[in-house]
Design a protein around this ligand. Structure first.
Ligand code: GCO
Length: 463
């Protein structure tokens, strides 16, 4: 079996560097009876939205199997588990707290803590309650205020028990894929302006939600047991297809539009300057004071990285992405491009002098896994983790402050518009039986994590 090895004396080998695995609520939980319906339940019911016509009704049945899943997490030897809370499991349509739902997360966090595993919580991983969508969802400014209320409830219940709280996961996907590209929930809305306008407006309200929630979390959670407060964003280096000026401009536009649109307002209180190049009908409505609310100090930035993106000029939209070709693509059709992780980390580090410490909060690959006699030999995934961990090491060597790495994902799960056709897990899930099987990548990571722990203990014993 292939191993993952780290450079000797690398920061990545130190016990202070946090290793974990990640999941999200809608992708694994199931049990829709225990929560309010969300926009993804509705989206899955519409024809031609999900590749295999599936939904999140059962997913990995994690709500019923969470104790076994905690055992699995602990068995891997991780320091931390990153998961998200389903808003509609915690706040009912009438605004009351759903205590059964909230208790689920409290029990989960306590069970992890008992076994020495940190909890890293994300408040919003795309599953907006349908009752808020019915009032306009992220196109309605009010949703940002409801998000802050929800954040307050989680802060009171879990704030002192978790290591970090991220407001949003990848608002790019909620805004751009949801409203502009239309391949994620809820899809573009009739009578709400151009797709670009909808995407930009949703993005603005998500940013506002982030700022309002962060202000409130900061007020409520201070002192010794306060968790680190931040956000999780996705990044992909944007490369031009050719060296032509038009393609280079397209790639730069895409970089600002996809990578900087969220981080820059958070860190500086301003949108990237392509904001001014948008037609005025496509720009978001911004109220006085919004940019100051969005511009809150962050304790950490979560970086999700999968691949790079190549762009070419497109007269209508300014830019369009060019699908990857060639050998060695993942089953998502994505190129394996580890140096892109180092590149984007350096780009951000050089651009923002107030960039907070970074956690790689998602990194992983979908492959064609076959479970044969309890073995899944996912060599491509082992190689992927190996090359991307080295890319993190390179970024650290070049001065970027990176504190941890979370593999996406703990287990195979509902991959949004791809349904269950894509397997990102390090643990294989047989959906018919819900049986979990450690893939060889899980075993390779486990060896790495456990060796690091025993080394640490050996040093402690000597001291
Ligand atoms: C994300 C997504 C995950 C996906 C993963 C693979 O945050 O990007 O949250 O939910 O499963 O990115 O596409």
């Amino acid at each position: 079996m292939k191993k993952i090895t780290l450079p000797y004396h690398s920061v990545l080998s130190r016990p202070t560097f946090v290793y974990g695995v990640a999941t999200s609520s809608f992708q694994i939980e199931g049990d829709i009876a225990g929560r309010e319906p969300c926009i993804w339940d509705t989206f899955c019911e519409q024809p031609n939205t999900i590749k295999d016509n599936s939904n999140g009704d059962t997913a990995c049945d994690h709500i019923h199997r969470w104790q076994d899943d905690v055992d699995l997490i602990c068995e891997l030897g991780v320091d931390a588990y990153r998961f998200s809370i389903a808003w509609g499991r915690v706040i009912k349509a009438n605004g009351e707290i759903n205590h059964t739902g909230l208790n689920f997360y409290i029990k989960l966090v306590e069970a992890l803590a008992k076994r020495g595993v940190q909890s890293h919580v994300t408040l919003y991983h795309w599953d907006l309650p349908q009752y808020l969508e019915d009032k306009g969802g992220w196109l309605n400014r009010e949703t940002a205020y409801r998000f802050a209320d929800y954040a307050g409830v989680v802060a009171d219940a879990l704030g002192s028990k978790v290591s970090s709280i991220a407001t949003l996961n990848e608002p790019f996907c909620s805004a751009y894929l949801g409203y502009e590209a239309g391949i994620h929930a809820p899809g573009p809305q009739p009578h709400a302006g151009s797709r670009r306008k909808q995407g930009r407006q949703a993005a603005h309200h998500l940013l506002l939600a982030h700022g309002l929630a962060l202000q409130l979390l900061r007020q409520r959670l201070s002192g010794q047991n306060a968790p680190q407060l931040g956000v999780v964003l996705n990044f992909s280096p944007c490369h031009p297809l050719t060296d032509s000026t038009a393609d280079r401009e397209a790639a730069e536009f895409a970089h600002q539009y996809h990578n900087l649109w969220y981080l820059q307002p958070m860190l500086t209180g301003t949108y990237p300057h392509i904001h001014n190049q948008l037609a005025s009908a496509d720009r978001p409505s911004i109220e006085p004071g919004d940019m100051d609310i969005i511009n809150q100090p962050l304790d950490f930035l979560g970086v999700n990285y999968y691949t790079r993106t190549v762009f070419k000029a497109n007269e209508q939209h300014g830019f369009s992405d060019v699908p990857a070709t060639g050998d060695g693509l993942t089953t998502m059709g994505w190129e394996v491009y580890a140096q892109g992780l180092t590149e984007i980390l350096l780009t951000l580090d050089r651009q923002f002098d107030n960039l907070p410490p970074i956690y790689i909060t998602e990194n992983g690959v979908a492959t064609d896994d076959v479970c044969d006699k309890n073995e899944v030999n996912d060599v491509m995934r082992v190689d992927y983790f190996q090359s991307h961990l080295l890319a993190v090491h390179d970024a650290i060597e070049q001065g970027v402050d990176i504190r941890g790495y979370f593999a996406w994902s703990l287990m195979d799960n509902f991959e949004w518009a791809e349904g269950y056709t894509q397997r990102f897990g390090i643990v294989y899930v047989d959906y018919a039986t819900q049986r979990r099987t450690l893939k060889n990548s899980a075993k390779a990571l486990q060896q790495l994590f456990l060796a690091r722990q025993s080394q640490h203990h050996a040093v402690e014993d000597i001291c």
